[in-house]
Design a protein around this ligand. Structure first.
Ligand SMILES: Nc1nc2c(ncn2[C@@H]2O[C@H](COP(=O)(O)OP(=O)(O)OP(=O)(O)O)[C@@H](O)[C@H]2O)c(=O)[nH]1
Ligand SMILES: [Mg+2]
Length: 454
């Protein structure tokens, strides 16, 4: 992250001795003022742009606002400005060119015509390409995204929590009972709600709390604590094999597309394999996602045995020097025993071809399904050895409590949450941000750690 701090200092004017600058003011020590894409000498307009960048707050969103000023549609102006920004942020020329070209191609495919349609995707891609995702700016944006995604939940749960904290004068039985009831209706389920209230009661006693308002902070800490994921060894012998499982229609295929997109923006060689072989349309859908994400694609003819496709995919991934292989599987009800056994078989062949694979088995859960998510988690855990969860469609539920229920009951980390249907609508999950968003607080606190971590 040293790179980013340097950039921050450069743009905010605080230069260290011997550092170069791309600012126009510092002409003598500024050998690297970004050239235009055509390689022309910097024009007055470029100098002015540099000055405005330097005058802006040192954050990606602020720089992007400067760069996009007066740009309304995709085209030459946008390309030139983007190239300028990347070069000003020290991206090598070739990488800057590739970024601009690929972004242009993506805009064309998506048929986006106005900046507002793709501004957030652009910022997301820049943050990943420049390795700035952990920076404050991105964290704010992530928090905002989660808050927006949880908008309906907030209306439902947060308002009622607010009322609970203000309506009750003291921490009496009625207060705790109301809280329990509120948790149950927020999809936490009876047992989780009971357990959470018990934890809060204990904390209140321990800390000598007497006012309902004191419990708010305890609740935030408890919810954060539910998601405190243990650190894991992430180094694997490539290819890292990621197996996606879950019931029908939860968003496995879409999520693979989003994950592959992230992985390739981070510079990895990515392959997607279609071990969902029941429907030709499913294979086709996955192929489209692979193309969008810039990933290689491996599939067999429809009707091929899923385990055989998985085996051949690992073989191909090893041969091609792939870094991450995502294996998509067909949706299946957790109660269908023979289909669950098929997952066991897929796992076995993956491990046979590539010891240690699958390195991550991700269970995708639709946040709108409510309590059924608990039985899904239980049965998939038994049949497929789930390592982590991805919760999709959080944007579509008013009862975000299911995340807490699954987290408390199964102690599985939630690595990402789906907050919409677009490529960028998959964000690393942070328990702290989730708790803050749920409680209607201004913003998250702790660092986000994703299992991806790279
Ligand atoms: N709003 C919203 N929709 C989502 C999200 N993730 C996926 N979807 C939508 O959910 C629908 C099903 O997604 P798929 O990715 O096909 O689900 P799947 O699990 O692969 O389905 P099967 O392969 O049939 O089991 C699609 O319309 C997606 O666009 C999300 O985070 N938010
Ligand atoms: Mg699918």
């Amino acid at each position: 992250m040293g790179f980013f701090s340097t950039i921050k200092r450069i743009f905010s004017g605080g230069m260290a001795a011997g550092e170069t600058t791309c600012g126009a003011q510092n002409e003598k020590s500024a050998p690297r003022r970004p050239e235009t894409e055509a390689g022309n000498a910097p024009s007055n307009a470029d100098a002015e742009l540099t000055l405005r960048l330097r005058g802006a707050e040192p954050r990606l969103s602020a720089w992007l606002a400067v760069i996009l000023e007066g740009v309304e549609t995709p085209g030459e102006l946008l390309n030139t400005r983007l190239f300028f920004l990347l070069r000003a942020l020290d991206a090598p020329e070739k990488e800057a060119q590739t970024f601009v070209r690929e972004f242009g191609q993506w805009l064309e495919r998506m048929e986006y015509r106005r900046v507002e349609e793709f501004r957030s995707e652009l910022q997301y891609r820049l943050a990943l390409a420049l390795d700035m995702e952990d920076e404050e700016d991105e964290r704010n944006r992530l928090f905002l995204k989660i808050s927006q995604g949880l908008a309906r939940t907030r209306e439902h749960l947060t308002r009622r929590l607010d009322a609970l904290f203000t309506d009750h004068g003291e921490l009496d039985e009625a207060f705790w009972e109301n809280m329990e009831e509120l948790f149950i209706t927020a999809d936490m389920g009876y047992e989780t709600a009971l357990a959470l209230v018990e934890r809060l009661k204990t904390a209140a006693r321990r800390e000598g709390a007497t006012q309902p308002a004191d419990v708010r902070d305890m609740l935030r800490r408890e919810v954060e604590g539910v998601f405190a994921a243990p650190r894991r060894i992430s180094a694997v012998n490539p290819p890292e094999v990621v197996l996606m499982v879950g019931v029908n229609g939860v968003g496995k295929t879409t999520t693979i597309g989003k994950l592959a997109h992230r992985a390739s923006l981070r510079g990895g060689k990515v392959m997607i394999a279609a071990a969902d072989t029941f429907r030709a349309a499913a294979i086709e859908q996955l192929g489209i996602w692979a193309e969008r994400a810039g990933a290689l694609f491996h599939a067999g003819p429809a009707g091929t045995e899923p385990a055989a496709v998985a085996y051949a995919a690992v073989e191909a991934a090893m041969r091609e020097g792939v870094d991450v292989l995502f294996v998509d599987t067909a949706g299946r009800l957790q109660t269908k025993i023979n289909l669950m056994e098929e997952l066991t078989k897929i796992r076995q062949v993956l491990g046979k071809k590539h010891p240690g694979a699958p390195h991550r088995t991700i269970l995708v859960i639709d946040a709108t399904t409510g309590q059924n998510a608990l039985s899904q988690t239980k049965l998939f855990k038994e049949a497929a050895g789930v390592d982590e969860l991805i919760l999709t469609k959080l944007d579509g539920t008013a009862k975000g409590g299911i995340a807490i229920a699954v987290g408390m009951e199964h102690s599985l980390p939630i690595s990402f949450v789906g907050l919409g249907e677009k490529l960028e609508d998959l964000r690393p999950f942070s328990g702290a941000d989730y708790a803050a968003a749920l409680l209607g607080e201004a913003r998250g606190r702790n660092e986000t750690k994703t299992p991806e971590g790279r």
